[in-house]
Ligand binder design. Structure first.
Ligand code: GDP
Length: 522
């Protein structure tokens, strides 16, 4: 991986979708085409229960959901592709948002029968906030689908995003027969070993011969309209986030997947510049910088370790190098950085901008940490979201309060839950975006710290970070509500409200105080 211009070769991306659209299946197929695994289905072969190789924790196996975020790195067509997996379940969306801060592009998977669904839309908005270009894969074309033009129209209208199909589907549902590559004028019949052949445009008789006779007239009309009437792909508009190239396929039938990877290799952006508080760091700068966007504990049940996933933003990370942890100013020796393929890992001798490496540590690194070769910069934009559920932790054994405090601090640093310490000394409050995060907390406190806990409702329902440019006003506010204020992991003040109404009321009373529901780490 040390060829000239390693940065330009890298494509770091994630897949965004609504549950059930086919993300897991597509991920498997991408890895298969990318040569990363030999056997399709190996990823999920076990019995009838969904179990992917990225399933590490008992809880996710039990529930058949993928909780953790993993990284899969493989080489394809002169490119190094880093696919960052995200949890499918909405309750772990915080994790997904953080992961999206570490990618340069995303693949949006849409179920052809359903179109844009709620979660696709939400995740798309997160990508748009960060100007992440999107490639669209319309999946399950082997099933009954909606009209393709309607689907494009829906993307354009609901996401305010131009579409440019790169391919067009020949038949769909039970008569899915192949696809036509609009830019290249080639035809690929459905079927594992079917070869792609050049054709003389949409009117070439070989195109429609794939379909039964009674379907040809309509299909021909559609294809002509698609080729002549729809927008052509425009790379600049794509990179600027105004346009999405669209591919049709069936992850299940291995169809269209190679075109998707080819498209990623051909025009997905190489590593972008990253904004730090004081300046923007370009990917091709010589000095190594990176930020931690994810902490994963217990990846290997036999070795109680913690891995911090760091996106390299510039320079070259070399095994054994000493980096500076900017938050503490202390040096960190990167003695065993790792590359991942789901559960398998290998030592990373060197890594470049765009790569994601796992750094084993014992609680030293937190989400949002910046590592450099000495420079005092802090990357912005690994966000924390105001939790939607607040609970008090009830400890079975009151003697273990100190241990609980330490454990909660650790869980907060890993991003499992958020922890708020009330200013009046009351018991800590944990906050989560999704209820399943609480289940993970219970399981981990028990398994790792021997702390059986349960939860009780908190008298607070909503919380917001508070800040003000007017220090006197802020001090007045803080003094006015001693029992409704708490501090988060970083010591930032948080206002706890008993209801949404209560929050609105206070917002109106204190116009100079900003109440925010998103906070960058640090
Ligand atoms: P995820 O929740 O987005 O990860 O979706 P999965 O990959 O688990 O797929 C959900 C269901 O749709 C599974 O039963 C898959 O076998 C099925 N599926 C995925 N892709 C396709 C496809 O292209 N065609 C058909 N017919 N089924 C698919």
């Amino acid at each position: 991986m040390s060829e000239a211009n390693p940065v330009a070769r890298r494509r770091t991306f994630a897949i965004i979708s609504h549950p059930d659209a086919g993300k897991t299946t597509l991920t498997e197929k991408i890895l298969l085409f990318g040569g990363a695994i030999q056997l399709a289905g190996e990823v999920r072969a076990k019995a009838n229960r969904r179990q992917t190789r990225s399933d590490w924790m008992g809880i996710e196996r039990e529930r058949g959901i993928s909780v953790v975020t993993s990284v899969m790195t493989f080489e394809y067509a002169d490119c190094v592709l880093n696919l960052l997996d995200t949890p499918g379940h909405e309750d772990f969306s915080e994790d997904t948002y953080r992961t999206l801060t570490a990618v340069d592009s995303a693949v949006m998977v849409i179920d052809a029968a359903k179109g844009i669904e709620a979660r696709t839309r939400k995740l798309f908005e997160v990508c748009r906030l960060r100007d992440i270009p999107i490639v669209t894969f319309i999946n399950k074309m082997d099933r009954e689908t909606r009209d393709p033009f309607d689907l494009l129209d829906e993307i354009e209208k609901t996401l305010a995003l131009d579409t440019a199909p790169l391919t067009w589907t020949i038949g769909r549902g039970r008569s899915l027969a192949g696809q036509y590559d609009i830019r290249r004028s080639t035809l690929t019949p459905l079927g594992k070993d079917a070869a792609t052949i050049p054709v003389n445009g949409p009117d070439d008789p070989r195109v429609m011969e794939l379909l039964p006779e009674h379907e040809r007239a309509e299909a021909r009309e559609e294809l002509t309209l698609a080729v002549e009437g729809l927008k052509a792909f425009d790379k600049t508009a794509f990179l600027e986030g105004h346009l999405t190239p669209v591919l049709w396929g069936s992850a299940l039938k291995d169809f269209g997947v190679k075109d998707l990877i080819d498209a990623m290799a051909e025009f997905a952006p190489s590593p972008r510049a990253q904004a730090a508080a004081s300046r923007t760091v370009k990917a091709d700068e010589p000095k190594m910088t990176g930020f931690v966007f994810k902490i994963q504990a217990n990846m290997d049940p036999n070795h109680r370790d913690r891995i911090a996933f760091m996106r390299v933003c510039s320079g070259k990370l070399q095994r054994g190098m000493r980096a500076r942890l900017v938050r503490t100013g202390k040096p960190v020796t990167l003695s065993a950085p790792q590359f991942f393929f789901a559960q398998d890992r290998s030592l990373a001798e060197e890594a470049f901008a765009g790569d994601v490496v796992g750094i084993p540590n014992h609680g030293l690194l937190r989400i949002g940490d910046t590592l450099t070769e000495g420079e005092e910069i802090v990357f912005r934009g690994v966000p924390s979201f105001a939790p939607e559920i607040l609970r008090r932790v009830k400890l079975a054994d009151a003697m273990k309060a100190k241990k609980l405090r330490e454990a909660l601090q650790q869980m907060a640093e890993e991003g499992v839950v958020q922890v708020f310490q009330p200013n009046d000394g009351a018991a800590a409050i944990v906050g989560v975006v999704g209820a399943l995060q609480l289940d993970v907390l219970v399981e981990r406190l028990d398994a790792e710290y021997g702390l059986p806990v349960s939860f009780e409702p908190s008298r607070f329902e909503v919380c917001r970070w508070v800040a003000s440019g007017d220090k006197a006003e802020m001090d007045k506010f803080l003094a006015a509500y001693p029992s409704s204020l708490a501090t988060d992991l970083d010591g930032a003040p948080v206002f706890m409200a008993t209801s949404a109404f209560n929050l609105r009321y206070e917002q109106e009373r204190w116009p100079k105080i900003a109440f925010t529901d998103v906070k960058d780490y640090q």
